[in-house]
Each structure stands twice: as structure tokens, then as C-alpha cells.
Design a protein around this ligand. Structure first.
Ligand code: ATP
Length: 353
């Protein structure tokens, strides 16, 4: 008997529910055995019950086979101390989701600011370590009268796991025709902690003799991502560097509206669009659903490979191709220059499928 996959669904705030609804419809239409469980969280949940990540929602997420998370939060609704709630980061830490996967693909129809030749391909993946690095003291940094300090923490265990994740990803991509290359993005020329990172990267690389491993300094990589974005395959980097470079990657794709992501650990994984809850356009039905749909595609790929369901991996590819075809045909929402509303854009993807 085939397995039922339990999917924890965080509908989120603002445009979150508007892009989640058609994404779930698309997933249901694929015919896999999914059971979806709703998990309240975010600003609406905080107003409703006083918790932006209720224990029960985290329990459901922990129990699920995968977690689909839409945009959470509302800049207007904050904790009494004025800080914004970030349940998505709390989930990342609670479930040890150390590998932040940020694909950067530019296909015809995207509003890239780069002047690309029509046949130029940009297709690389940034893997951001997501549980330590310069975020180690997040919210607990030391502030004195005349100085402030935060701690950068790189551990052997997490660095080994995230580098290994990047090499496994490059190996899987190589099977699909990519070069099979992993680049460590660090600052090993200045900081001992990054020399430590690089040494671990090299040790992990030695276990993958069929793949190419190399290094780049983060400042140079910021330049090269713009000057020669077609040169990369998989990059792996520290948390803060990854935070910054992934927005640069989203910029290459024309903004956050097209950027999907995954946060993956050994036992759990969250799939969510990179953008926020866009309160400025919420309630109007005009949000672009593609980043959410592409994130759901990443979920299919991850689940299919993890549980050896080739049909699911194939559907992930079909979903991505369907979005690409819509982009190329101009079947898009207003942010990409199209005329479709959220539902119609998702229907266009369904029709292409
Ligand atoms: P956060 O800090 O919560 O990540 P943000 O400050 O990055 O949020 P977003 O909510 O992502 O802000 O919105 C930034 C801009 O992009 C807004 O003008 C918003 O309307 C637009 N935007 C974001 N997502 C979408 C989308 N899916 N479709 C259309 N426009 C979007």
C-alpha cells in the first residue's frame, strides 16, 4: 500500500492564504496521497490566541512528512517590546533545519535587471547554513555603553552536515546535466573561523572525488554573481553571508516574488516563498503565486527523492516547467507585467500541466 504523506500547512498572514489556496489545489490535482493539516501561526494566530507559534502547530509540523509554509507575519503587529514575530525562524531552530536552499534560476519572462543574451542560462543553488554563524547570538548580543558585540559560531558538526548536503545536491544535479561543482563562499583570508569552515569543506569534498570543489571569498562572489551569474552550480556558505547573497540572487530573478526556498534538516523540511506577507497588496487577489508554487515543487522533489517515489520527482520537474512556460508566454500577475490575478495565474500553471 502506498504511503500517505502528511503535509503541515501554515497558511500565514497577508497574501499568505491567497497564494497557499491555489498551491494546495495544484498539489491535490497531481493525484498523490497527501493529507494536509492546518497549522495556525503568525500575526493572526498571535491576535487570536496570544502565540505566533502555538505548541500544537509546532507539534503537527514535527509529526508531518513535510511542511509547507506561506508568508507569515505583519509588520504592524509586534510583540510588546516592538520586535517583529518570526515564527519561521523559530521553526528552523526547533527542527534543526540547517540547510537553507535558495535556487537562483532566470528564465525568459522573469524581470531580471541583467542584460542577458537570450540563450544565457542562470541556474545555481545557494545553500545557506541556517542555524548558527553570525546568527548564533541573535537577540542575545551584548550591548554596553561604548560597544556592542555578537558572536560568530561555526561548529564542526553543522558545517560538516551542510557541506555534505551541498555535495549531495551537486551530485543529484549532475545527474540532471549540471556541472557537479560546489563552491565554498567564505572569508578564510581574514577570519580564523572561516579557515576552520574551509578546512571542513575540503575534508567533506574529499569524499566526493567525482565532483569539483573550489572556494571564493564572499565579497568577490557578490561581484561575480552579477558579472558572471551563469558560472555557478552549488554554493555553500555561512548564515549571514547566505542571508545577504540570497537576496542578491532574488534580485537577479527580478525580486522576491519569484524566489522559492527550502529549509532542510536531517528529519524535517520546510518549503516557503522568500517573500513576506505583502500587506500592501493583501486582500486584493493580485499576489503572484509562483514562488509559493515553485516551493511546493521543491517539496515534491525532496519528498520523492527521500521516499523513492520517482513520479513525485517527475511532477516537481513538470511543475517547474509549467511555471517556466507561463512566464515565457506572459501568463503572469501584474508584478511581472501580466494581467492575471492570483487564481488565474495558478490556473494557467494547471492548464500547462
Ligand atoms: P518580510 O520582511 O516579511 O520578508 P519584506 O519587507 O521583504 O517582508 P514583502 O512582504 O516581501 O516585504 O514585500 C515587498 C514588496 O514586494 C511589496 O511591495 C509587496 O507587495 C511585493 N511582493 C511581495 N511578494 C509578492 C507577491 N507574491 N506578489 C506580488 N508582489 C509581492
Amino acid at each position: 500500500m502506498s504511503k500517505t504523506f502528511e503535509i503541515a500547512v501554515f497558511h500565514g498572514d497577508g497574501i499568505g492564504p491567497e497564494i497557499m489556496a491555489p498551491t494546495l489545489r495544484l498539489l491535490k490535482g497531481l493525484g498523490h496521497d497527501f493529507a494536509f493539516t492546518d497549522c495556525p501561526a503568525g500575526a493572526a494566530s498571535y491576535l487570536d490566541c496570544g502565540f505566533d507559534l502555538p505548541d500544537e502547530s509546532l507539534r503537527r509540523a514535527r509529526r508531518a512528512d513535510a511542511i509547507l509554509l506561506s508568508a507569515l507575519g505583519d509588520p504592524k503587529i509586534r510583540y510588546p517590546d516592538g520586535t517583529e514575530m518570526t515564527p519561521q525562524i523559530d521553526i528552523r531552530i526547533a527542527l534543526d533545519l540547517y540547510a537553507g536552499v535558495r535556487p537562483v534560476r532566470v528564465v525568459p519572462g522573469m524581470r531580471t535587471p541583467l542584460a542577458l543574451a537570450p540563450d544565457a542560462a542562470i541556474d545555481f543553488v545557494l545553500v545557506r547554513e541556517s542555524t548558527e554563524g553570525l546568527f548564533h547570538t541573535q537577540g542575545k548580543g551584548r550591548v554596553e555603553a561604548d560597544f556592542a558585540e555578537e558572536t560568530l559560531r561555526i561548529t564542526r558538526d553543522t558545517t560538516t552536515r551542510v557541506c555534505d548536503f551541498a555535495f549531495r545536491l551537486a551530485a543529484a544535479r549532475k545527474a540532471d546535466g549540471h556541472p557537479g561543482r560546489v563552491t565554498s563562499v567564505d572569508k578564510a583570508n581574514v577570519f580564523r573561523a572561516f579557515a576552520f569552515w574551509r578546512d571542513i569543506f575540503d575534508r567533506v569534498a574529499a569524499g566526493y572525488p567525482d565532483l569539483t570543489a573550489d572556494h571564493a571569498y564572499v565579497d568577490a562572489m557578490a561581484l561575480w554573481m552579477v558579472q558572471r551569474p551563469g558560472s555557478w552550480d552549488v554554493m555553500v556558505t555561512e548564515n549571514m553571508f547566505g542571508d545577504i547573497l540570497s537576496d542578491l540572487g532574488a534580485g537577479l530573478m527580478g525580486g522576491l516574488g519569484m524566489a522559492p526556498s527550502a529549509d532542510i534538516g536531517d528529519d524535517h523540511a520546510v518549503f516557503q516563498p522568500c517573500h513576506g506577507s505583502a500587506p500592501d497588496i493583501a486582500g486584493r487577489g493580485i499576489a503572484n503565486p509562483f514562488a509559493m508554487i515553485l516551493s511546493a515543487g521543491m517539496m515534491l522533489d525532496w519528498l520523492g527523492r527521500r521516499h523513492d517515489v520517482p513520479a513525485m520527482v517527475a511532477d516537481a520537474g513538470r511543475l517547474r516547467d509549467a511555471v517556466d512556460a507561463c512566464l515565457a508566454a506572459g501568463e503572469t500577475t501584474g508584478d511581472l507585467g501580466g494581467t492575471l490575478n492570483t487564481e488565474a495565474a495558478a490556473d494557467a500553471v494547471m492548464a500547462r500541466l
